[in-house]
Write a protein that binds this ligand. Structure first.
Ligand code: FAD
Length: 493
């Protein structure tokens, strides 16, 4: 069995971690300097040898920040990593991967920690935490942005919007750019400019052997293909280079109606999206009833829009949405793009338990709408949501096998996003999500958006990748034959 500097075996380390035994923070000024002197005390601490190699630090069980540092967005996930390596850049990541390989330690990788399956953290594994790597650089002349892999969407927007450009990303600004990009990247600009992966120019990647590679159309093109939708299966991406676009005037917002209008609203949505140009992105769905509104005690039906371009043209295009029914909340109007990018933030607070599923569909048939309406009536309160996102446009102008994300021919993504507060409601929420997801299968293309998937097992992951599964397995065999990167929606080699 592998021995560490301090004479501690791998089994001892894992046992110690699971018991939360009194290990210490390494990489703190005090301990790091003790480690540098090679004092006996520092040598006796597990991971002192790793900490010495890093610019960042290592947090082990027993440290005051250990519990906070192992948390992810989904409160259902309560896992105890062996230690948390807080990386400051690609070099740190290389050191941690090599160290883990040398000592035969399992690893996991965390970007923003928003993945609802909680794959970023694993019991008894060394956690490669990229959370401190939030730097962003934007070149508004070349229209390029570069984000370090721990950046949140709001970090990328903050730097981009300040100089008048934007990179297509997601709709909740606290989400990590890394996981979002590696799975696809759905957001307000997807119909106009494509998914986030469609705007990826290159990625810096630390591979399973600890080596550093750049992946782009010109360099390691097979890896670049796989990174665009294949998740964290192939290496640790340490930074992403994207295309950026001039920011245009936006008209956006949400209209919320009483639940009895859901059927009409979804039929209207289907007709509206059938002819909407790429400058218009819409979502629709259902929410639990909102206290102190006419929807209280039932459910609410909602539609959200984002148009970018000439303002007068936008007013004309969005007129049918504005004229539909009599919403009891309506925020649709001109908006700075920074507000568009954060308009769902308040609806996604931290500290909730989550279970999600998604299904890509080719059309919103009457039967599918009936099913959504029936399932919405059983929507568990308080935080769950039925979400239908319009796809098509620029997404469909990329072929299903051009990137690892295969769902190019789908017109909509239908998702069940359950969120609740108390563990006693776990069963009810998970059951509603699963039942609804199973019932929807009949209408789906077979594919799913991996970034909205809870932990549903190997078969669901294989199905989600559809036509690209075999090629993904080939690329996995080439770059990670030992499945070092398995803490994800895993594509086994
Ligand atoms: C509130 C909320 C809103 C969301 N809104 C959107 C949205 O609008 N559009 C959308 O497309 N998605 C959205 N998502 C889904 C989101 O894309 C995924 O949850 C995604 O995994 C988040 O990325 P992360 O870096 O925060 O995740 P993490 O949990 O840190 O990581 C997710 C997975 O990717 C791996 N990983 C992370 N970083 C790296 C890396 N640098 N290199 C290799 N592997 C890595 C992890 O090991 C893990 O398996 C939302 C999620 C939440 C919770």
């Amino acid at each position: 069995m592998t021995k560490f500097d301090g004479g501690v075996s791998r089994r001892d380390l894992i046992k110690g971690t699971m018991a939360a035994g009194g290990l210490a923070l390494l990489g703190s000024p005090t301990l790091a300097s003790a480690a540098n002197t090679g004092s006996a005390a520092a040598e006796a601490v597990p991971f002192a040898d790793l900490a010495r190699q890093l610019r960042g630090g290592v947090i082990a069980p027993g440290h005051a920040h250990y519990d906070a540092s192992r948390k992810v967005f989904n409160d259902m996930i309560d896992r105890r990593p062996l230690a948390i390596a807080q990386c400051s850049g690609a070099a740190d990541v290389m050191h941690v991967v090599r160290y883990a390989r040398e000592h035969d330690l399992p690893i996991s990788v965390r970007g923003g920690g928003h993945n609802v399956a909680g794959k970023a953290v694993r019991d008894g594994a060394l956690l490669i935490d990229l959370g401190a790597m939030r730097g962003v650089r934007v070149d508004p002349v070349r229209r390029r942005s570069r984000a370090m892999a721990g950046a949140r969407l709001r970090d990328l927007d903050h730097e981009s919007l300040a100089v008048g450009v934007v990179t297509p990303s997601g709709t909740v600004s606290d989400t990590g750019i890394a996981g979002l990009t590696l799975g696809g990247g759905f957001g307000w600009l997807q119909r106009k400019h494509g998914l986030t992966i469609d705007n990826l120019v290159s990625a810096d990647v630390v591979m399973a052997n600890g080596e550093f590679l750049v992946a782009s159309e010109d360099d390691n093109a097979d890896l670049f293909w796989a990174l665009r939708g294949g998740g964290g299966n192939f290496g640790v991406v340490t930074s992403f280079e994207y295309k950026a676009y001039d920011v245009e005037p936006a008209i956006a917002g949400m209209a919320i109606h009483t639940g009895d209008r859901l059927q009409d609203l979804l039929q209207f949505y289907r007709d509206f999206t059938a002819t909407a140009p790429d400058s218009v992105m819409t979502m629709a769905g259902a929410l639990p009833g909102i206290p102190d509104t006419p929807s209280a005690g039932g459910i609410a039906a909602w539609i959200a829009v984002c148009y970018t371009g000439d303002a007068a043209e936008g007013e004309k295009l969005l007129r049918p949405v504005r004229d539909f029914g009599t919403p009891f909340i309506n925020s649709i109007g001109p908006m700075p793009f920074s507000a568009v990018q954060q308009m769902f933030d308040a609806g996604s607070p931290p500290g909730m338990r989550h279970y999600w599923r998604s299904s890509l569909v080719a059309e919103l048939s009457d039967d599918l709408i009936d099913l959504v309406v029936a399932k919405a009536a059983e929507l568990p309160p308080p935080g769950s949501m039925l979400l239908i996102e319009h796809m098509g446009g620029a997404i469909g102008r990329v072929g299903p096998t051009d990137t690892a994300f295969s769902g190019r021919n789908a017109q909509y993504n239908v998702s069940m996003l359950s969120a609740w507060l108390d563990a006693s409601a776990d069963d009810a929420n998970i059951a509603w999500t699963r039942n609804t997801g199973n019932a929807l299968k009949e209408y789906g293309t077979g594919g799913a958006y991996v970034n909205y998937m809870a932990d549903e097992g190997e078969a669901a992951v294989r199905a989600a990748y559809e036509v690209n599964l075999e090629r993904l397995i080939e690329v996995k065999r080439k770059y990670d034959p030992d499945n070092v990167f398995s803490a994800n929606h895993n594509i086994a080699p």
